[in-house]
Design a protein around this ligand. Structure first.
Ligand code: 5RP
Length: 239
């Protein structure tokens, strides 16, 4: 099964994302250090967290994964800190571009996956908020790889040898390549259907200068997927 995009219009998708984000925010408890992912679905979680801070006196601290997440969290009145201050997080809320039945993820449409993986790794529990178009049988979306500019030609070559057809991500409303929040470049890699995502993630990690790829295959045990639907949510985990 491919995602369910054929069955969902833009308004339904927004409502689904809102339901997923709001449900995740309700699962956050007083006193928690919360990883804040990047993207439109996490924004809804932040919106509801902001409401809970004002309405219920919820005390939390957020660890943002990008400039975008930090800006939005501030708008919602979420106090911020860093991984330096909180190397262990109670929970993280993040989005994803694809999720397979083993809860392997592809992330990084927003080029934030390097910090997102650091935050995911630091969190005891990870809530992934998606709409149903993201749920697939086999991961097959392009995998972004964050690349050290110094090594980009060599990494490009190595990824091409893996059959990735790497493409340098170009900016929108900015000429030239996307430069990440960490000052690096992004190569989008099309591997087609990824039958062994764990092996591919490991292989990419062996390339010097490939700083992090958007495959997340090591966290299924602590991930809960919250799939937003038009009228509610369904929750998926391995347990
Ligand atoms: C950013 C990401 C996002 O979490 C992912 O792209 C999902 O975004 P959205 O919730 O807007 O669909 O990985 O790097």
């Amino acid at each position: 099964m491919k995602g369910e995009e054929y069955a969902m219009n833009a308004a339904q998708q927004v409502e689904s994302k809102r339901n997923a984000g709001y449900r995740a925010a309700e699962m956050v408890e007083d006193g928690m250090a919360v990883g804040l992912g990047t993207g439109s679905t996490v924004f809804f979680a932040m919106e509801r967290l902001g409401e809970r801070i004002v309405r219920d006196g919820l005390h939390i601290v957020g660890i943002p994964t990008s400039y975008q997440a930090a800006i939005r969290a501030r708008q919602y009145g979420i106090p911020l800190s860093s991984l330096d201050e909180h190397p262990e997080l109670d929970i993280a809320i993040d989005g994803a571009d694809q999720v397979d039945p083993a809860l392997n993820l592809i992330k990084g449409r927003g080029a934030a996956h390097l910090r997102e993986k650091c935050v995911c790794d630091a969190a005891r529990k990870v809530l992934i908020v998606v709409d149903s178009t993201k749920m697939v049988d086999t991961l097959d979306a392009p995998v972004p790889v964050e690349v050290l500019p110094f090594a980009s030609a060599g990494v490009f070559r190595r990824l091409a040898l893996l059959g990735a057809g790497p493409v340098l991500r170009e900016g929108v409303k900015k000429d030239g390549p996307v430069v990440t929040d960490n000052g690096n470049l992004i190569l989008d890699c099309d591997f087609g259907a990824i039958e062994k995502p764990r092996d591919l993630e490991t292989e990419i990690a062996t390339i010097p200068g490939a700083l992090e790829c958007g495959l997340f295959t090591a966290y299924g045990e602590k991930i809960t997927i919250i799939v937003g639907e038009e009228t509610g949510c369904r929750v998926v985990s391995l347990h």
